[in-house]
Design a protein around this ligand. Sequence first.
Ligand SMILES: Nc1ncnc2c1ncn2[C@@H]1O[C@H](COP(=O)(O)OP(=O)(O)OP(=O)(O)O)[C@@H](O)[C@H]1O
Length: 524
Amino acid sequence: MADPATAPPAVAEATGIGKRFGATVALRDAGISVAPGESHALVGRNGAGKSTLVGILTGLQQPDTGTLRFSGEPAPSVGDTDAWRSRVACVYQRSTVIGDLSVAENLFLNRQSPGALRPIRWTALRRRASELLGEYGVDIDPAARARDLTVEQRQFVEIARALSFGARFIILDEPTARLDARGIARLFDKLRDLQRQGVAFLFISHHLQEVYDLCTTVTVYRDARHIVTAPVADLDHDALVEAMTGESAAAPAAGAAPATGRATAATGAPLLDVTGLTLRDAYADVSLEVRAGEVVGLAGATASGNVRLAETLAGLHRADTGRIAVAGREVRASGVPAALAAGVGLVPEDRHHQGLVGSRSVAENATLTVTDQLGPYGTVLPSRTREFAERMIKDLDIRTPGAGTPVSALSGGNQQKVVVARALATDPHVLVAVRPTNGVDVRSKEFLLGRIRKVADDGRAALVVSDELDDLRACDRIVAMFHGRVVAEFGRGWRDEDLVAAMEGVAARPAQERDTEQGEEQEG
Ligand SMILES: Nc1ncnc2c1ncn2[C@@H]1O[C@H](COP(=O)(O)OP(=O)(O)OP(=O)(O)O)[C@@H](O)[C@H]1O
């Protein structure tokens, strides 16, 4: 270990941090120290206090107790935005770049410079933007509208912007949540590259493998407290899960059914029958069947069309041609109410836009789809709403002070559980779940996948739309899409590389063929 007397001060050091929200203690005497050039992971279960710490490290929230220093200096005063920006930046899973502006405008937005009052010279601005992007090895046209960028490109713009303010410490809060495998690989390459140039990272992720791939140090929080900080190499997967959950890694999550399901093929009636479905610019001629008792995976990377197909099933788009039948009846009318009435429940991709009303309570959000069951003649009885919601809070193990708490006060993972609860509230024939474990911790992931399995075990059907291998492993069968077409199907026992190859549009070849080829190579 470096001699503390000679080691450079931590780029960020928080000690004794306490933060409460009403009756909830979000952080209790917590701390973290990030060394220059270090890639430091912060992990913990949903609600452990990670986002609260990020809010404090970035000056968005004031701690009740504790101190914060950057490179040995006290944190800037509240409101001194430029000073905060030159010390720390945060790239969130949800982008902060402004869609209507160009990349160049986003890069130089709100930048206080002596010439700020002079008219903006667009050519010069673009040239500077292009230089800046080039300096950080980001290959994006500065004139492009930010809304036309991919999630990955937007993150690169945010990283370049952060670095251009002088920050050498970047917080990445679940940056991979909306990237596919290739996007993640490219992001990690960029981060490693920047790390070599002395940039330090605090990396928050629920994907523990990413922690091992990218980070050298890991800090675990649990129930608002700091539990451990150690070199990643000293904490294997089981030890990490144990630190996060406080229980031995071998113990199953409370209430979770085994996520691996059964070995026998489903023989139930088809509950979802899709034939020749086409939506222009999204997917073409997709046919697919999900039977009672089955969990089917609809695998595909970003732009494969799998998410749009899921949204079509839930009534959010109207297919150009083809037919959808649920429980033997063709769904003719379009729109969400028709899909709901037919028996389709949706867990949407983006819980912020399509899922939740943040200012409304957990109870209201969880029962939005079933208001007809909450009182006679179109009325909604608060007592019945609460009762219904309390059942769901228990059913999905939602951590909330109560059914009346606004959803926005819940941690990200618990918000996701509210979305799942709502989709299940109607007791749908078919549950369509898009990336259902996005943003949830290891244990909750097992729990949610177990809950989806239960939908099938109860005689219904589930379609899991995802590119996450853990989600897909919980399925009985997988249909893989690439560029809007179904390209492969897998029964149980598939190999990761074959499924990934199918999702990336590389034809998976039978093992026999590969063996022959290898043999020939050796001979030649
Ligand atoms: N604005 C707020 N009002 C009330 N409670 C809040 C607020 N922000 C956070 N909390 C509470 O503080 C606790 C810590 O939440 P935080 O969002 O920091 O957790 P997290 O570790 O980031 O979780 P996740 O992995 O689910 O995102 C939770 O119990 C949460 O409900």
